[in-house]
Design a protein around this ligand. Sequence first.
Ligand code: F6R
Length: 241
Amino acid sequence: MDIISVKDYYEMSKKTCEYVVDQVNKLDRPVLGLATGSTPEGLYRQLIGQYKEGHVSFNHVTTFNLDEYVGLAADDPNSYRYYMNEKLFNHIDLPEDRAFLPNGDEEDLAKECRDYEMLIRDSGHIDLQILGLGLNGHIGFNEPGTAFDSRTHIVELDASTRQANARFFPTMDDVPEKAITMGIDTIMESKQIVLLVSGEKKADAVHQLVNGEITEEFPASILQKHQNVTVVADKGALSRL
Ligand code: F6R
């Protein structure tokens, strides 16, 4: 696991953007894995900037997001589809039909999980997966206790995760209780992983990610076994190493 230490959130976003742009320009048919949440917002702003300045095009790219809430329609401002449209997709030339998220509004969610897996497989697997890190070590919505061999599945969200995400919803009761997420094994099949982490509040999680034992109780710990993981972290996030 490589660790790149940067000054702050802005530098984390900029460094990762340089890396993503390099890969997108280099690969024939790049497949990107994307995350939502606060952490990658700066990266998406930077990518839009690079696109607008003509340094990169996404017209040959396919993307797969990690997760989506169950029960929220695509046009719900709290859905991850909406987030991705607003923060990235509406501002770049990524073909609309190449931007995949799980559909949490499907009736047959088990089928949706299977179909999502198939889509990823048929795309030739993810070349570069962007990850954020949950305070409890979750990646995607794979909460502590998720099997390391899990594939795309439905999860009950941890109370702490619902609490952490409550800032986006009018009240705590509006925060969905379930989500659909790529599994740990699905994520581990990505050829490269870049995990972004910023701020002192994540310092304990980073410490456990890097130095802790590999355990399903801390899902991100499995990344220690991946051949090609880069952690781009700022000083705050690295303050306990
Ligand atoms: C979101 C996701 C989550 C977040 C994690 C950190 O698609 O996969 O695992 O990356 O909850 O969230 P933030 O970035 O808001 O601290």
